[in-house]
Design a protein around this ligand. Structure first.
Ligand SMILES: C[S@@+](CC[C@H](N)C(=O)[O-])C[C@H]1O[C@@H](n2cnc3c(N)ncnc32)[C@H](O)[C@@H]1O
Length: 301
């Protein structure tokens, strides 16, 4: 068994992934290119029915205080700033907070009052009730203490404020068929390594993976209900199913998919490359057995 992960392991992994995925995209990014990439991103999210455009009330963001936890390279934060939100973005990895800040700077007056800083979801450096909305896409299942992070989300929300959070879904095809079966059982990682799921997820960088992803957790519906127990109006839906994630065969499918459905430029800002457009069947399967729980919940007023 490997030793338990530390915060520095988590920072090292996400820094390595940043260097591999985003550094080239961010180098030389201009204001015009960023504005057009944000439009593409919004369009891509609409095609995918992503929570950034479904659960997030884009039309009502103007003047709202929004916290994003784990902005990564800052694409989502830039989108919300573009819609008038006063963004605060906190990432454990300094390179990612810098990349997000650089995007706010490029947006200039459009991102007035927006800032990104290095900080930890488990100990947010803000007073109680500071934000109207807390948003986090695919982050809190990678931290050491997810319960603590969700209690911090609750604390920093204003009464009546909204949490919009993506967490990985255990009752999904990706968890059981793409990970538990080939990696957990057939490779035996389930019996060897307490953090095997971390190692089975995330790397999409263009370079060879040199640093392991320390932690990934997946949740059942009741697990999400328990995590958000203090909130009210907890709603969750599934999304995100991709045939190309199937081990081995997925590569072939990806070639076919790109040929048939094409790619969307909206992927560049958040994945460092265009996104292979999902087939209608994949979108439907996402609702039934996707790897994402899109969760929205309100702090009681
Ligand atoms: C999968 S990436 C998601 C990035 C972005 N939300 C997106 O969807 O493109 C996870 C991000 O969470 C950050 N992170 C991990 N643990 C964190 C923590 N405890 N507090 C704040 N950020 C954290 C990582 O540095 C990384 O940028």
């Amino acid at each position: 068994m490997s030793s338990p992960a530390t915060k520095s392991d988590i920072q090292a992994f996400w820094k390595a992934l940043y260097d591999s995925l985003y550094e080239d995209v961010d180098r030389g990014l201009t204001r015009d290119a960023l504005l057009s990439a944000i439009d593409d991103l919004e369009d891509m999210f609409r095609l995918r029915r992503h929570m950034a455009v479904v659960e997030m009330p884009l039309a009502e963001l103007k003047g709202k205080r929004v916290l994003e936890i784990g902005p990564g390279a800052g694409g989502h934060s830039a989108l919300f700033a573009r819609h008038g939100a006063i963004m605060t973005s906190v990432d454990l990895t300094a390179a990612r907070a810098r990349a997000t800040n650089a995007k706010f700077r490029l947006l200039g007056a459009l991102a007035e009052g927006c800032q990104a800083l290095q900080g930890d979801a488990e100990a947010l450096p803000f007073p109680d009730g500071a934000f109207d909305i807390v948003y986090s896409n695919g982050v809190l299942h990678h931290t050491l203490d997810t319960e603590k992070a969700i209690s911090e989300v609750y604390r920093v929300l204003k009464p009546g404020g909204k949490a919009v959070i993506l967490l990985y879904c255990k009752s999904s095809w990706h968890y059981w068929i793409n990970m538990v079966l080939p990696v957990g059982l057939l490779q035996g990682q389930l019996f060897r390594d307490r953090d095997w799921l971390g190692k089975a997820t995330e790397w999409g960088g263009k370079n060879r993976q040199s640093v392991a992803n320390p932690i990934t957790r997946c949740y059942t519906r009741s697990g999400i209900e328990a995590l958000f127990g203090r909130f009210q109006g907890v709603a969750m839906r599934k999304g995100e199913f991709y045939w190309y994630l199937v081990p081995k065969l997925g590569r072939l499918y990806r070639k076919y998919q790109i040929k048939k459905y094409g790619t969307h430029p909206g992927g560049v800002l958040v994945y460092g490359e265009p996104w292979p457009i999902q087939s209608p069947m994949e979108l439907k399967l996402g609702e039934l057995m996707g790897f994402a729980w899109y969760v929205s919940a309100t702090k009681p007023a």
